[in-house]
Design a protein around this ligand. Structure first.
Ligand code: GRF
Length: 218
């Protein structure tokens, strides 16, 4: 079967993009990255994508007078490369409802919290401030509201004594790098379908055991 062609949108470091690149290297992985687009000319992720031999395109939002023109350029590039699914990977521009609707159910995002908790920025500092014992990450289909939409994959990560936002971010990021390729595979295999506000997953084995934090062991 033909592989699903993916467009990855980044603004920065690109470690989630890199996880997707690594996954797509496997000969039997059902998706391939057709193009990486960055709105930031200096995004370190661009060099990583180029080192992997991928096509990269810079679409600098500062060069456009309106958000719609900026998004039209992104849309045109995605179409030029025959993209069937867009993966936001640390893309730091909000997309308009118009763009999101055109790419409805073909546009996914990764967010470093267990949505719907802690939408927006500074998730780890806010999770620590709230005193949660468990946080995590979410891969979801994008809807016009920020960090909203049907959830494909989530992973839970414990908050540990002594964590600061950076330590917690690093632990969650490790899980992000596992969850994003998994979500991409489920979609590319046609096993994750949007049904109303939820995602139905065919053949996914739910993890039976929960995560209790702290445990009662000394
Ligand atoms: C990740 O934590 C992702 O969840 C959030 O932005 C960060 C991007 O990191 N949306 P990277 O550029 O993928 O390393």
């Amino acid at each position: 079967m033909a592989k699903l062609k993916v467009g990855v949108l980044i603004s920065g470091r690109g470690s989630n993009m890199h996880a997707l690149i690594e996954a797509c290297r496997a000969p039997r992985f059902p998706a391939t990255i057709a193009v990486v687009i960055s709105n930031e000319p200096s995004a370190p992720g661009l060099a990583k994508a180029e080192a992997a031999g991928l096509k990269t395109v810079v679409i600098d939002h500062r060069q456009y007078t309106s958000r719609t023109d900026f998004e039209t350029a992104i849309d045109a590039t995605l179409r030029e490369y025959g993209v069937g699914l867009v993966c936001l990977a640390g893309f730091m521009r909000l997309l308009t409802a118009g763009f999101v609707e055109v790419w409805q159910d073909r546009l996914i995002n990764i967010h470093p919290s267990l949505l719907p908790a802690f939408k927006g920025l500074n998730t780890h500092a806010r999770a620590l401030e709230a005193g949660v014992r468990v946080t995590g990450c979410t891969v979801h289909f994008v809807r016009p509201e920020m960090d909203d939409g049907p959830i494909i994959v989530q992973a839970a990560v414990p908050v540990l004594p002594g964590d600061d936002p950076d330590a917690l971010a690093a632990r969650v990021l490790g899980m992000e790098h596992r969850c994003y390729p998994l979500a991409l595979r489920l979609i590319a295999e046609g096993r994750a379908r949007v049904v109303g506000n939820r995602v139905a997953v065919d053949g996914g084995k739910p993890t039976a055991d929960g995560l209790i934090n702290p445990s009662d062991k000394r």
